[in-house]
Design a protein around this ligand. Structure first.
Ligand SMILES: [Zn+2]
Length: 195
């Protein structure tokens, strides 16, 4: 079955309905990004994740291609159809976040990536990518759903940074989603102390 011209191999009628509603809203809020999603998302599929905390992912079809241009697909956990565990708002949050990864451009990513090369680069890339996805979800109007989901299912992002010495400026506060260095924390001193 196709939803907004995207093949959608999801058994749950409820989840398919939310995919459709989200794409309606994105088309209205941000026609350019909607076009990008139409070009980039090759399909949306159901998936059984081994990790209990993982409920969705964005996967590139060709890892060898330019990361922000190659098409890919969204995987959504079969668990999302469990009404006791995942409210409608939770389902919306997960889908919006994964589409946010698909919509992210290289320029946005570079703008958010902290200018630090101290061996933590891949970790920072990962969290920068998460920040970009959240930002898109917020911009499309899914701020409340995102906040509720992360309060209920994950850590409290206001309190916990992704890496010692950095924190995630803006998560649930300013919506800017830039990682910044904590001025109180001296990373080089801390690393020396670890040996
Ligand atoms: Zn993510």
């Amino acid at each position: 079955m196709n939803i907004h011209n995207i093949p959608c191999e999801i058994r749950s009628e409820r989840i398919r309905r939310f995919v459709s509603l989200l794409l309606d809203q994105i088309r209205e809020q941000s026609p350019q990004e909607y076009k990008r999603l139409q070009k980039r998302v090759s399909r949306i599929v159901q998936h059984d994740f081994e990790d209990d905390h993982k409920n969705g992912s964005w996967v590139w079809d060709d890892e060898a291609g330019p990361r922000f241009e190659v098409p890919g697909f969204v995987r959504l956990s079969s668990r999302l159809d469990d009404l006791n565990e995942f409210s409608d708002s939770d389902v919306i949050s997960v889908i919006a976040h994964e589409l946010g990864h698909a919509a992210t451009t290289e320029a946005e990513f570079k703008d958010r990536l902290p200018n630090v090369l101290d061996g933590k680069h891949s970790f920072l890339c990962e969290w920068t990518s998460e920040g970009c996805a959240f930002w898109h979800a917020y911009m499309w109007g899914f701020k409340n759903e995102t906040e509720t989901y992360y309060r209920r299912h994950c850590l409290n992002p206001n309190e916990v940074g992704p890496l010692p010495g950095y924190y995630w400026r803006g998560f649930l506060r300013t919506s800017s989603f830039h990682l910044i260095r904590d001025p109180e924390f001296d990373l080089s001193e801390n690393e020396n102390n670890e040996t």
